[in-house]
Ligand binder design. Structure first.
Ligand code: BV8
Ligand code: ZN
Length: 243
């Protein structure tokens, strides 16, 4: 893989590294991306399913969607791209992994410092008392949304469109971007905000920003360098070049 002299140097000298990931990093594990050709389950756009109104209008469909995704994720493994980021976390003085993904694969691969921008599909919570339920409850279709002991609806602990990003996640992300000297944008189409604004913020703060994707994206023109190819191949090769 050809990379620039600058990247070659930064890989070795960087002190504060940030990696932003999207659904593409999990594609080689067999997890469908949102907007790729194998698209989303039942060919509906995520924006039509991953939102509060859809959930309240048709809780069974939305629960089925999450149940389908949880089952799928349960049966897949992290891939070489995930493990390369675990190794990067080990090698760099400061490494922050900011993920848009809710599939828990970075955590399963072994990254310790993961900023979950959009929550985690393996967690559920009560909408009233905010109590967490890790086990996925049997949804009795007749009864609709499972209920907490307090009577509140239980929902997946993910951030839906139109909902605020968890405050601590935003604080952690902005802190990591303040003095970042090398940033990766990996497997994301750069469509969803505010995550799509992070590479631009990193760049303005002096980071050398590298995109890793199988194709160019809406963010490519903002990047210092675009490495085209599957993240499961490119990230391990970057690790090789670090040593
Ligand atoms: C919010 C959880 C305040 C649920 C998800 C401007 C500012 C602020 C907000 C907005 C704004 N403009 C619009 C908004 C609203 C909205 C938004 O961004 N809409 C988009 C559609 C325009 N944002 C929000 O609502 C956010 N909240 O900002 O609160 C607010 C509120 C209201 C109004 C204003 C402000 C909350 C967004 C969170 C939504 N929840 N997920 C769930 O997953 O069930 S988002 C969902 O999309 C996933 O988390 C996913 O990660 C994310 C982004 O998608 P990608 O990860 O990029 O995946 P995608 O399929 O698109 O692309 C995959 C890429 O991988 C491709 O580029 C492909 O080429 C590449 N690839 C494929 N294979 C590989 C690969 N790359 C490398 N290797 C491979 N092998
Ligand atoms: Zn409750």
């Amino acid at each position: 893989m050809q990379i620039s002299q600058t990247l070659q140097k930064r890989l070795r000298s960087a002190q504060n590294v940030v990696a932003l990931t999207g659904a593409g990093i999990s594609a080689e594990s067999g997890v469908p991306t949102f907007r790729g050709e194998n698209g989303i389950w039942k060919k509906m756009r995520p924006e039509e399913l991953a939102n509060f109104d859809a959930f309240m209008r048709n809780p069974k469909l939305v629960w089925e969607w999450y149940e389908y995704r949880r089952q799928l994720i349960h049966n897949v493994q992290p891939n070489a791209g995930h493990y390369a980021l675990v190794e990067m976390e080990r090698r760099y003085a400061s490494f922050t992994l900011v993920t848009q993904n809710v599939d828990n694969l970075h955590q399963r691969a072994g990254n310790k410092h993961v900023v979950e921008m959009h929550g985690n599909i393996m967690r559920n919570k009560c909408m009233l008392c905010e109590r967490y339920y890790t086990a996925v409850l049997d949804l009795n279709p007749e009864k609709g949304v499972p209920l907490c002991e307090c009577g509140g609806y239980i929902r997946p602990d993910v951030v839906w469109f139109g909902e605020l990003i968890p405050e601590q996640s935003l604080i952690d992300t902005n802190e990591s971007l303040e003095n970042c000297d090398l940033m990766f944008s990996i497997g994301t189409s750069g469509i969803v905000y505010p995550a799509a604004s992070f590479p631009g913020i990193g760049k303005r703060n002096g980071a050398y920003v590298v995109e890793v994707n199988i194709e160019r994206t809406i963010l490519s023109s903002e990047m210092d360098e675009v490495l085209l190819g599957p993240s499961g191949k490119i990230l391990p090769e970057l690790l090789e070049l670090m040593s």
